[in-house]
Design a binder for this molecule. Structure first.
Ligand code: TTP
Ligand code: MG
Ligand code: MG
Length: 350
């Protein structure tokens, strides 16, 4: 397995806002997709830890968040800003010269195979202090053999934490985490596992792999392996270009995906041209809408594997746009692919 250092920024969007609005530091703050009390039902993208004390979390309707905390501070999402901060952080991480896989806007996995535990901890402390010094932001780092376990360690040690899970500690670490913390166990899988009588990682590790494969296909085998402390995934070095996206203002506001189909196809054509020009594969497809009231909402979909297929973008973007258009009329739509890797010399990895 690969020795992995996994970085996840703490309450990232809200933390970026605290840097720009120091007067909000220490006060409950959420960043959301639409202004509170506007006609579009916005959701919380993230909450700082002060707001989380009130039970506020990502994905919650903003109106509900305000209900839970009367003195809540609310800021409209500025994803361009968070992405530019993210790009700067990635530059810092790349400067260590190790293979780096950018997983999302606030997460990256570094292949540190060959380092001792002590060296890994020292490197992590250096990364944490550089990020703090350069951007005023905290992150949490997890270290383990296997990307999935390093990520779980970073989740466990939040916020502003650092956790190394040694090989001999992996079993007890896994048993200390709830089942939904295992990468790949989303809410649907969690439900299905419960139906199979599996409600902990320990139970999953001792379950019958054939039953899991029956229920989940190859993902079932992967879950079984992860629960048993085996993660064979590699660190796939990300491309220098972090994302490719196109957006366009519509001639007249649209309320259904059918109305925007030709425009969407045009956007995907342009994205595809850039994909080919740069020789990259993508693993994430995103769709974005700017409504007539200027609020913005976005969705993204993570693929199981890297792809360069036009159909894949279309298949994922259209339903996301459909969903987004339920909330109101769009003035602008956008499509984007991210988690990019270079095709040259890397295709053999899949
Ligand atoms: P996360 O890393 O999941 O969360 P976080 O950084 O806000 O908090 P934590 O300290 O627990 O890591 O997500 C990173 C950013 O992605 C987050 O700041 C906002 C955005 N995001 C959404 O827009 N919608 C969502 O549902 C989630 C989970 C995150
Ligand atoms: Mg985070
Ligand atoms: Mg994250």
């Amino acid at each position: 397995m690969v020795f992995v250092l996994y970085v996840d920024m703490d309450y990232f969007f809200a933390a970026c806002e605290e840097v720009r609005h120091p007067e909000l530091k220490g006060k409950p703050l959420v960043v959301g997709t639409a202004p509170v009390n506007e006609k579009f039902r916005g959701v919380v993208q993230t909450a700082n830890y002060e707001a989380r004390k009130f039970g506020i979390h990502s994905g919650m309707p903003s109106i509900k968040a305000l209900d839970l905390c009367k003195e809540l501070n609310y800021l409209h999402s500025d994803e361009e800003h968070y992405e530019s901060v993210s790009a700067e952080i990635i530059k810092v991480l790349r400067s260590y010269g190790k293979p780096l896989e950018v997983i999302s806007v606030d997460e990256a996995a570094m292949d540190i195979t060959g380092l001792t535990d002590e060296e890994a901890l020292e490197l992590s402390r250096d990364i944490k202090s550089r990020i703090k010094k350069s951007f005023g932001l905290t992150c949490t780092i997890g270290i383990s053999n296997g990307k999935a376990f390093a990520k779980m360690a970073s989740d466990k040690a939040k916020p502003d934490g650092l956790m190394l899970v040694k090989a001999q500690e992996l079993r007890s670490f896994l048993d200390s985490c709830s089942l939904d913390k295992l990468p790949g166990v989303g809410s649907k899988t969690h439900e299905k596992l419960k139906e199979l009588g599996i409600s902990s990682i320990s139970e999953l590790s001792k379950s019958d792999p054939m039953v899991l494969i029956d229920a989940f296909g190859s993902a079932g085998k992967e879950l079984y392996m992860l629960a048993n402390g085996i993660d064979e995934s590699k660190i796939v070095e990300s491309s220098e270009i972090l994302s490719i996206g196109r957006e366009v203002t519509l001639k007249s506001p649209a309320t259904s995906v059918d109305e925007v189909t030709p425009v969407l196809k045009g956007l995907i054509d342009e994205v595809m041209k850039e994909i080919e020009k740069n020789g990259v594969l993508f693993r994430n497809v995103g769709a974005k809408v700017r409504y007539t009231d200027f609020s913005i909402s976005a969705k993204s979909y993570s693929l199981h594997n890297y792809s360069d297929s036009r159909e894949e973008i279309e298949k994922r973007a259209a339903p996301m746009l459909k969903e987004l258009l339920k909330a109101g009329a769009a003035r602008k739509i956008g499509v984007r692919v991210s988690r990019l890797i270079k095709t040259k010399g890397q295709k053999k990895l899949f």
